[in-house]
Design a protein around this ligand. Structure first.
Ligand SMILES: [Fe+2]
Ligand SMILES: [Fe+2]
Length: 472
């Protein structure tokens, strides 16, 4: 297998042209995918030239090529990291056996479920973000949105390749179904909650790319350890793209904070909404909302499914081989606080059953590092009366042991009555959403930015900030 991506109808580095059956199957799926993109992809920007990066190699350095592309002509394709000779299953009951190059029969259903669930999130986020182009705060931001969108489309390709190559007929059916579900549609929703939530403003977009794409990072990290080698190699390459999505989110929120801080200093006695900025507490509420939905994506705290995935060697911990010494995890336990009769009771859970929680903890820590950087913006601007906080893993959960119970963002249990009374101290209200929508009029002049967000420090790939990132 080459590290270079071929220049075929379906660009790839997996010698697709040598497998005629697979090539035909994917070439049949391609027009359906393009139809889906035209129907559900970014609204109103099918024919514009966008300054995008495209993968041309899977080498760690220099894999990306930047140029103007119309989104439907983007080089969707199949890129896997090169195989490591003699790679072994790293963890679980099969640790130290040779990694699987084909689907192990006894784990077929589990593996298909993992791939379909991951695959479903990719087109879902494109659907959620489809109307945001029309209110972009600048051409720079518009381009970043579209870059994220085309790469999520490519991530769908990555999962569809696995379904087509390794799962025969039911894999092909699942690949079709990935184009049929629709985010937020009650009759055929996407599989996971956060991917059905409406996203109608840019604050939500930046929060989503900060925290929900970060869930993607952790899911991919755990699948990159998989004993099913093609899945591991696919996910490793996807991680390189995910990093940019989180950059877009974190710096986007950082720039909003920056502008708000500037407006606060300009007129300390004034509410920043009078100046057209987004108040810090409103930003925190959007963070609380998207982060709590994203905690849910990790699944229940105590999970026999997670134990089975680990035992089977299909889904490991993040950085399983780098970070841990012992990979079977037959001993050991974790303490988890479980709500009972309005109080929290500490339960001891076997480690394998706590795999979701281990991943969620790593994820939370990563978010804490982001918040440190956001707070640094406030420090540098001399704002002393506000600091962002990462909400507790118990806050506003719909999945797992905390679902159906109420907690403040710092994790204190409260009654249903108190929750209902104070809910909009913690979560975005209709008024928040209406306000954010009201200020986001589109800015399409080269080098100009909407009033509510500071310009970035740099442009993309060494280009200036006032570069024509989208040709309208
Ligand atoms: Fe993705
Ligand atoms: Fe992503």
């Amino acid at each position: 297998m080459s590290t270079e991506v071929s220049n075929e109808k379906i660009p790839n580095n997996v010698n697709l042209s040598e497998d005629k059956r697979l090539q035909r199957a994917l070439e049949q799926w391609l027009p359906n995918y393009i139809d889906w993109w035209k129907e559900m992809g970014p609204e109103g920007f099918l024919n514009q030239d966008i300054y995008l990066r495209t993968a041309v190699s899977v080498e760690a350095d220099g894999w990306a090529h930047f140029d103007y592309v119309k989104m439907p002509d983007y080089r969707w394709g199949i890129f896997l990291e090169p195989a490591e000779a003699g790679r072994k299953v790293g963890f679980g009951d099969h640790a130290d056996e040779l990694a699987w190059q084909q689907v192990p029969g006894e784990y077929r259903n589990m593996l298909r479920r993992l791939i379909v669930t991951q695959g479903d999130t990719e087109p879902a986020s494109v659907e959620q973000q489809r109307n945001l182009g029309t209110t972009a705060p600048s051409l720079y931001d518009m381009r970043n949105l579209f870059q994220v969108n085309v790469e999520e489309g490519r991530h769908l390709w990555a999962m569809v390749y696995l379904l087509h190559s390794y799962f025969g007929r039911d894999g092909r059916e699942e690949a079709e179904a990935l184009l049929e579900r629709r985010s937020g549609n009650p009759d055929k929703p996407r599989i996971l909650g956060a991917f059905n939530a409406p996203m109608t403003d840019w604050l939500s977009f930046f929060m989503f790319t900060t925290v929900t794409d970060r869930d993607g990072k952790f899911q991919l990290l755990s699948l990159a350890e998989s004993g099913f080698d093609p899945l591991a190699r696919t996910c490793r390459f996807m991680l390189t793209e995910e990093a940019h999505h989180m950059f877009v989110g974190e710096t986007g929120v950082g720039r909003i904070i920056q502008r708000t801080a500037e407006l606060m200093k300009k007129n300390p006695s004034e509410d920043v909404t009078k100046e057209g900025g987004i108040p810090l507490d409103m930003i925190q509420r959007a963070f609380n909302y998207w982060l709590s939905l994203s905690y849910d994506l990790f699944g229940g705290e105590i999970s026999s499914n997670a134990a089975s995935y680990f035992a089977a060697g299909l889904k490991g911990r993040a950085y399983e081989m780098k970070k841990y010494e012992e990979h079977r995890v037959l001993d050991g336990d974790m303490k988890i606080d479980v709500p009972k009769d309005g109080k929290l009771i500490t339960e001891t859970v076997a480690l394998r059953n706590a795999m979701n929680e281990i991943l969620r903890d790593d994820y939370k820590e990563d978010n804490e590092r982001v918040v440190v950087r956001w707070n640094k913006v406030l420090e540098e601007e001399g704002i002393t009366n506000f600091r962002f906080q990462v909400p507790s893993k118990r806050f506003h959960r719909q999945v797992g042991v905390y679902a159906g119970h109420h907690f403040t963002p710092d994790g204190t249990p409260i009654s249903a009555e108190e929750w209902n009374r104070r809910k909009y101290e913690f979560l975005p209200s209709e008024a928040d959403l209406a306000y954010v929508k009201s200020i986001q009029s589109p800015v399409t002049t080269i080098g100009q930015f909407a009033h509510w967000i500071a310009p970035p420090k740099q442009g993309i790939k060494g280009r200036p900030v006032d570069f024509e990132y989208v040709r309208l």
